[in-house]
Design a protein around this ligand. Structure first.
Ligand code: DC
Length: 210
């Protein structure tokens, strides 16, 4: 079974998807981490982030992998911590917007998703990567709450800078942030993580064969 969890930055996707996967005994696939890893490699190699086709080739030649501990690897390097830097936050939407990049990434995501029960988190999972996913959820929250959650993850950065970053990222990601028509939309603004997880778990149990 595939559980697709989409939504904007700071909506709570990662925390919810991780905890849900743990509770269900499903694998967890973070597709944002894949775009982040590619962005890290492009910067490392000095490739311009505005030019799509070479980035698509870079992605094809360097498939992102996740090890058993959930660490993220690209080109033989463990980039788990490096991909959470601000410079990656800022550049990743630029890299992720190229069709050549998305094509390679989506193929890889389908390949990784095909290996059994999995919770996949991203922006376009329910719409494009896994339109046949048995459960589709779209998480959202007020922008001030999303900025506050991001702040907790990036304590070194000022609140205003983060809010601006988030707004720019939302604009850039907007084209891919459409909820699937058949997605369950959950506003997490006032909800606890465990409540969101429990709600999705119920959907999963309803659709799981007895
Ligand atoms: O969820 P995140 O912040 O780690 O995502 C990083 C970036 O990758 C974000 O700008 C949107 C993009 N992304 C995407 O375009 N498609 C996905 N399936 C996942 C992430």
């Amino acid at each position: 079974m595939i559980v697709a969890i989409d939504g904007p930055a700071g909506a709570g996707k990662s925390t919810v998807a991780r905890r849900l996967a743990e509770r269900l005994g499903f694998r967890y696939l973070d597709t944002g981490a894949m775009y982040r890893a590619l962005t890290w490699l492009a910067l490392q190699r000095g490739l311009p982030t505005g030019d799509g086709p070479p980035l698509g080739e870079l992605a094809l030649a360097n498939p992102v992998t996740f090890d058993r501990e959930g660490r993220v690897w690209i080109a033989g390097v463990d980039v788990t911590a490096s991909i959470r830097q601000t410079r990656i936050d800022q550049q990743v939407p630029v890299v992720a917007r190229h069709p050549a990049v998305r094509e390679v990434m989506r193929d890889r995501q389908r390949q990784l998703g095909a290996e059994g029960d999995v919770v996949i988190e991203g922006r376009d999972i329910g719409t494009v990567v896994a339109p046949d996913a048995e459960v589709k959820v779209y998480l959202n929250a007020d922008s001030s709450i999303r900025a506050r959650r991001r702040q907790a993850e990036r304590p070194g950065i000022g609140g205003d800078a983060l809010a601006t970053d988030l707004r720019l990222r939302d604009q850039s990601d907007a084209a891919r942030m459409r909820p699937a028509a058949d997605a369950e939309q959950i506003d997490t603004t006032t909800l606890e993580v465990d409540d969101v997880v429990a709600r999705i778990e119920r959907l999963v149990r309803e659709r799981q064969p007895a």
